[in-house]
Structures are given as C-alpha cells and as structure tokens.
Design a protein around this ligand. Structure first.
Ligand code: HEC
Length: 136
C-alpha cells in the first residue's frame, strides 16, 4: 500500500475505533444514571443489598454470587448472563423466571440497552478502565 493510501485508511480506521470507544463510554455513563435511579434501591456494584452485587455480572453464571440467597426460580435458570439475556430479564423478570424475587418490567428498549452498557462497563478484565463509568 502506498503511504498516502495508508495515511487515509489508517486515519479512518483509527477515528472509527476512537469514536466507538467514546460512544461506549457515553452509553455506560447514561446507563449509570438510569442504574442509580432504577436499580440502586436494591442493587450496588460491589455489595449485596436486597439484590446481589453486579460487578462482572456480564459473563457471570446466573445466580452465582456466593452467600446471596437466590430464589429457586433464578437458580433453575442456568447458564450465564449475556447482554441478550439481561435484555430479556429487564423486559420482564417474572416472564423469564416466574417466582423470582425481582419484579421488574422495563418497556423502553433504549433504557435497557444503556443499563446493560453500564453493567458491561463494570464487567470484564478492564472493568476499572478509565474509558468506563465508575460504579456508583
Ligand atoms: C425492588 C428491588 C429490585 C430492583 C429495583 C432491581 N432488582 Fe435486580 N434483583 C433483585 C432481587 C431480589 C434479585 C434476586 C432475584 C432472585 O433470586 O430471584 C435480583 C437479581 C438481579 C439479577 C440477577 C443477578 C445474578 O446474580 O444472577 C440481575 C442481573 C438484576 N437483578 C439486575 C437489575 C437491574 C439492572 C435493575 C435495574 C433496572 C434491577 N435489577 C432492579 C431486586 C431488585
């Protein structure tokens, strides 16, 4: 590739990568506000409250926080939390796991997406990274 083409192409690739990171951080920051309003009465990132803590929830086995007293409905669900399953959960907890101790139906898909972006930002190997929103 000639240097001029590389300059153009690499510039485009770099700027899309950067704007993607910025967009993800923006989503997580917006999701954090929603989380504080709609989840933090019962949840925190690092402490079990009425509900279990959320650090690393994306990728975590369902109902697996040690010492937290889950309902049998949630324990029976099996598998791990993915963004898609969290979306299903927040759409209707009682539809996904009838008899669960959490009652919530969020109809707004955009709000669900932003909250899940926040949960992703406190999950994974770089969960304390500077591009991410800090936990409440
Ligand atoms: C009124 C209290 C309450 C609110 C508000 C609430 N939760 Fe929960 N949440 C719970 C309880 C209780 C459980 C445990 C459910 C069970 O054992 O059946 C739970 C479980 C969960 C789990 C499963 C965790 C695991 O370890 O498997 C996720 C994920 C979750 N909540 C996300 C959220 C999110 C995101 C919000 C905000 C949109 C939210 N919750 C709002 C009480 C609440």
């Amino acid at each position: 590739m000639n240097p001029k083409a590389c300059f153009l192409l690499c510039g485009v690739l770099m700027s899309t990568t950067i704007s993607h990171r910025v967009a993800a951080a923006d989503d997580a920051a917006a999701g954090k506000v929603l989380y504080q309003n709609q989840c933090s009465a019962c949840h925190s990132v690092d402490e079990d409250r009425i509900g279990p803590r959320h650090r690393n929830v994306v990728g975590r086995k369902v109902a697996s926080v040690p010492g937290y007293d889950y309902s049998s409905a949630l324990k029976m669900l099996g598998g791990a939390w993915t963004p898609a399953r969290l979306d299903q959960w927040l759409s209707g907890t009682q539809k996904m796991a009838p008899g669960s101790k959490m009652y919530l139906e969020m109809d707004d898909a955009e709000q669900r997406r932003l909250i899940i972006a926040f949960l992703e930002s406190v999950s994974g190997p770089d969960d304390r990274g500077t591009t991410h929103a800090s936990p409440p």
